[in-house]
Design a protein around this ligand. Structure first.
Ligand SMILES: C[C@](O)(CO)[C@H](O)COP(=O)(O)OP(=O)(O)OC[C@H]1O[C@@H](n2ccc(N)nc2=O)[C@H](O)[C@@H]1O
Ligand SMILES: Nc1ncnc2c1ncn2[C@@H]1O[C@H](COP(=O)(O)OP(=O)(O)OP(=O)(O)O)[C@@H](O)[C@H]1O
Length: 268
């Protein structure tokens, strides 16, 4: 049985500045996307129909497979490229759901890459569908460090200088709605994103007000030895710290309170 596999790397926003509103009601942002060496996993075998089977630690936090972004990506690609056959998809859900690290977007993007290979179709179809599935999906399709403008889907590859960097992700196990966080933005434009290290995540104070545990995670990460940059990713609630060494990252990782989800990984 032929099986193809694609990683669905966890996404981080190294910085995220909200600059204003777009005509379609979404927000104009400036962000630096980076990706981790760990994440979810998609596998596929040829089949007559499209189907999705989900396993892994966060399977119970997802609704029915029919509404899964991975399956919706597959359906859209099949339709657009006029593919006759189907595919049996298998998702291993390792990343917490609605957590600011692009889980659903990464899964949709990995599905597009996987089916482009399986069906041997032009990659232009995947690129055209990606922005219709979510603002983060084009970045996840690349899964390479990039600057995002517009709704976050106007991309330019960049070198943030942190490839291979040890990173620790912590989520306090509270789901956060991206739509709700953006809706609470107060309209204050605090300025352009130049150097991401001096930047910020403008959604961080909003998510912290909604979920005070985000503040607790940020405070916890900030006092860890060797932590260089500590910030929230996306609309939260996952926060991350970049470390000056693998040893420092690992020492922090073993000390993470047991009730929080953690991932000790590297930037791609
Ligand atoms: C916060 C980020 O993750 C940062 O990368 C993204 O901007 C959000 O990307 P995403 O999860 O793919 O979000 P989508 O599924 O496209 O949008 C969810 C909701 O977030 C809001 N949204 C999203 C992107 C954007 N630039 N402005 C917005 O206001 C909209 O209310 C939208 O209905
Ligand atoms: N494959 C999937 N993985 C996770 N969530 C999914 C998936 N398919 C659909 N969803 C739905 O999408 C919503 C957002 O989940 P997701 O994990 O993509 O958010 P996120 O990590 O905050 O993403 P982002 O960082 O792009 O804002 C959830 O409420 C979930 O029910």
């Amino acid at each position: 049985m032929m099986e193809l596999v694609e990683p669905a790397p966890a996404k981080l926003n190294l910085a995220l500045h909200v600059r204003g509103k777009l005509p379609d009601g979404r927000h104009r942002i400036e962000t630096i996307f980076a990706f981790c060496t760990d994440g979810d996993r998609l596998a596929v075998t040829p089949a007559d129909d499209l189907s999705l089977k989900i396993s892994g630690p966060f399977v119970s936090d997802l609704g029915s497979s029919d509404e899964n972004l991975a399956l919706r990506a597959a359906q859209a690609l099949q339709e657009r490229a006029g593919v006759k056959g189907g595919a049996a998809l298998a998702l291993t859900k390792n990343l917490p759901v609605a957590s600011g690290i692009g889980g659903g977007s990464a899964d949709a993007a990995a599905t597009l890459r996987l089916l482009t290979r399986l069906w041997a179709i032009d990659p232009k179809h995947a690129a055209a569908i990606a922005p219709t599935l979510g603002a983060d999906v084009p970045a996840c399709l690349l899964s390479m460090t990039a600057r995002g403008d517009g709704a976050g889907d106007d991309l330019q590859l960049t070198d943030a200088g942190v490839s291979g960097k040890p990173v620790l992700l912590i989520n306090p196990r509270v789901e956060v709605s991206t739509r709700e966080v953006f809706a609470r933005w107060n309209g204050e434009d605090k300025g352009s994103l130049d150097d991401w290290r001096d930047g910020r995540n403008d959604l961080e104070p909003i998510a912290t007000a909604m979920v005070p545990l985000v503040g607790a995670v940020l405070a916890w990460l900030s006092v860890q030895q060797g932590a260089e940059v500590v910030r929230m990713s996306g609309s939260g609630a996952t926060c991350f710290a970049l470390f000056d060494s693998e040893e420092a990252r690992d020492a922090a990782s073993v000390a993470v309170p047991r009730e929080w989800w953690k991932l000790a990984t590297y930037l791609r």
